[in-house]
Design a protein around this ligand. Structure first.
Ligand code: BTN
Length: 254
């Protein structure tokens, strides 16, 4: 197993493509890489934190993210986006597309808003947290967990399960940072609608019967893809149509 290494990661990044400096915190063991970045003082840089292990890795809706030592990617990036938050719809879907394009293995699909699946098993998840937002700027923490070299047990899987070989995490992290930068720039300049075709090609839910839960209600119906802002379209048996936002919606497949 190659330990996390800043020089190796930087080797796979074209720094000229970035308009902010990149800072790294590569840690051995930490409670959560998202939590670590949240407690840092503000900075103009893009700040990245990765760890060999997390003792309290966090998933969406307060779930736990299993984070064994040295095997996988536990990645967080603190990123300033020059736009108010209302203009950043589709952000979590775009982050998932960046992860998918980094892994470039056949057959990976995305379960809206940001679970990467292979053969219905979960390969990767994202936890995006909003730090600050003004009229001109939004600061987010983008947390990404990718099962890389773990021999995973269903309902999980890893890149190793898909490809049959072990992968160098430093290369993947470099490429992930590079892809995140390109995807976020595209979101800022051209909006989520510029990703729609790509999303449609990897949408794991399209045409499926699904149930979603929000605070007050549960809805069951057919998933009809996403709209121009990345909301999930659900159509109930009675024909009622709903556009659902990712922040407050948890989803289960039938
Ligand atoms: C989910 O699928 O529920 C999201 C999982 C996100 C896990 C990553 S691992 C790195 C970062 N630090 C955390 O505590 N969580 C995210």
């Amino acid at each position: 197993m190659m330990p996390l290494n800043e020089k190796q990661i930087r080797h796979h990044i074209d720094i000229k493509a970035f308009n902010q400096p990149l800072n790294f915190h590569l840690l051995d063991t930490i409670d959560s890489t998202n939590r670590f970045l949240k407690d840092l003082p503000p900075s103009k840089a893009i700040t990245i934190c990765c760890a060999e292990a997390q003792t309290q890795g966090r998933g969406r809706f307060g779930r736990v993210w299993h984070s064994p030592y040295g095997e996988n990617i536990y990645f967080s990036a603190r990123w300033r986006l020059e736009e108010e938050v209302s203009k950043l719809s589709g952000l979590s879907l775009v982050v998932s597309l960046a992860v998918l394009n980094t892994l470039c293995a056949e057959g990976i699909m995305i379960k809206w808003p940001n679970d990467l699946l292979w053969n219905q098993k979960k390969l990767s998840g994202c936890l995006i947290e909003l730090l600050t937002t003004t009229k001109t700027e939004t600061e987010v923490i983008i947390g990404i967990g990718i099962n890389v070299n773990t021999k995973a047990i269903a309902p999980w899987c890893s890149l190793f399960d898909i490809t049959g070989v072990l992968h160098d995490r430093n290369i993947l992290i470099g490429q992930l940072i590079q892809n995140l930068n390109f995807h976020l720039q595209q979101l800022l300049t051209r909006g989520f609608s510029s990703f729609l075709t790509q999303w449609q090609n990897v949408d794991a839910l399209k045409g499926q019967q699904i149930t979603i839960s929000q605070q007050e209600r549960k809805l069951t119906g057919l998933a009809y893809g996403v709209n121009e802002t990345g909301q999930l379209i659900l159509v109930e048996a009675n024909g009622d149509r709903h556009a659902l936002s990712s922040g407050d919606t948890s989803l289960s497949l039938f």
